[in-house]
Design a protein. Structure first.
Length: 397
């Protein structure tokens, strides 16, 4: 079974979303870079309008409070000083955001890549061999640098190599269930049937997770779109940061600036969080199936590298496993698959990072729902056709 299905996994479980992400990234980078100067001028006009109302607001508030700030040192002066700094930054053009993304987003992607590669003991060359998509040539004058796109694509590909390995593990367990030992008795046969069901469950569930992961790029591209197009406005609103401006004015800068910045970082890290999430399950499975001939570490390396086969799984542990123990193992794996995302959330929270895949999950749910509706419709049509054929046969009789 391994030799038959593994090539299908290697050719089918690829980065389906990489071409879409690549193209959207290029469009957003080019468009945001092309309109950056014009939008900066527009944001300057917005700043002048807000500043006019803010000065009137500051004067009225000062008079109403008994002229506590006669020289407007606490209200107008900080805004005017900040505005000089802000417009000097905007004068740098698109080089400013390119510099900021180079020293922030790209190092985050680099560190996430290092973490992911270390966790699964792989490297760039191995990932490229398993997931074959190569980014298309890109203009180097846009809002984002091509290097950022390349790192994010590599992150996606790295996680997908693990889904390949996890699905192959399920296939290896199914293959193990077909051994001749299953014919030694009814109890042993039932255990092997349960083992086959567990392998099928793992392969199916990890394939579903792979499909869901293919939509995670949506959160990344949306976050990067908002950050790129609203970056000039967030820079302009920075002028009101240390002032006595109303809360809604400061919230505009925060929502369009700091929050969008964090959203991009969170979405990038999320692309590798699946490695942390499911490695725990792999440790438990590897510990169970490791025997005298192969240690837990060796089994883990086989799983993550996609080189796991039925022969590497221990016969001793399977022989000692009772029927009830086999059922408990299936339940344990199912329970962990539901609880481990919470563990991942706790770990990421320590570093003040959140998983960012709400839009991706929503699109995945919609896709699964649409697929289910299509299957149901086909079944209903089939039943209708069969029922009509049965009626015709009855009529002929």
């Amino acid at each position: 079974m391994n030799n038959l299905l593994n090539p299908l996994v290697e050719s089918g479980v690829q980065c389906w979303s990489c071409p879409i992400f690549d193209r959207l990234f290029q469009v957003i980078s080019s468009a945001a870079g092309a309109v950056y100067h014009q939008f900066s001028l527009f944001c300057g006009l917005i700043f002048v309008l807000i500043l006019t109302f803010y000065i009137l607001y500051a004067v009225w508030k000062n008079i109403r409070s008994g002229i506590e700030d006669p020289m407007y040192q606490k209200s107008i002066k900080p805004v005017l000083i900040n505005s000089l700094f802000v417009f000097a930054l905007l004068g740098l053009g698109v080089q400013l955001p390119r510099f900021i993304t180079t020293i922030t987003f790209e190092p985050v992607a680099d560190m996430t890549l290092i973490y992911a590669h270390t966790m699964v003991n792989t490297d760039i060359d191995t990932v490229n061999q398993k997931v074959t998509y190569e980014p298309k040539p890109m203009d180097d004058s846009g809002f984002y640098r091509p290097q950022l796109r390349d790192k994010i694509v590599l992150l996606m590909k790295t996680t997908i190599t693990q889904f390949q390995g996890y699905i192959k593990l399920g296939i290896a367990i199914m293959d193990k269930a077909f051994s001749w030992n299953a014919l030694l008795g009814v109890g042993v046969l039932i255990k092997h049937i349960i083992m086959f069901a567990m392998g099928l469950y793992l392969a199916y569930e990890f394939f579903r997770l792979f499909i869901r992961f293919c939509f995670y790029f949506v959160d990344t591209i949306v976050a990067m779109t908002f950050f790129a197009f609203f970056f000039p406005l967030s820079v302009v609103m920075f002028a009101f940061r240390d002032s006595n401006a109303p809360g809604w004015v400061k919230d505009i800068g925060k929502n369009l600036g700091a929050d969008r910045f964090k959203s991009v970082i969170n979405s990038i890290i999320t692309l590798a969080s699946a490695v942390l999430t499911y490695t725990v399950i792999m440790v438990i499975i590897a510990k169970f199936f490791s025997g005298d001939n192969a240690s837990t570490v060796e089994i883990m390396e086989m799983i993550t590298s996609g080189q796991i086969f039925a022969d590497a799984l221990s016969d001793d542990n399977l022989a000692m496993l009772t029927l009830s123990g086999c059922i408990v193992l299936v339940y344990l794996i199912n329970f962990l698959s539901q609880q481990i995302p919470e563990v991942t959330k706790m770990v990421l929270t320590v570093f003040n990072v959140q998983e960012e895949h709400k839009l991706g999950d929503q699109l995945a749910d919609d896709a699964f729902k649409l697929t289910g509706n299509i299957v149901k419709t086909v079944k209903d049509i089939g039943k209708t056709i069969l029922s009509k054929d049965d009626k015709k046969d009855d009529t002929k009789k």
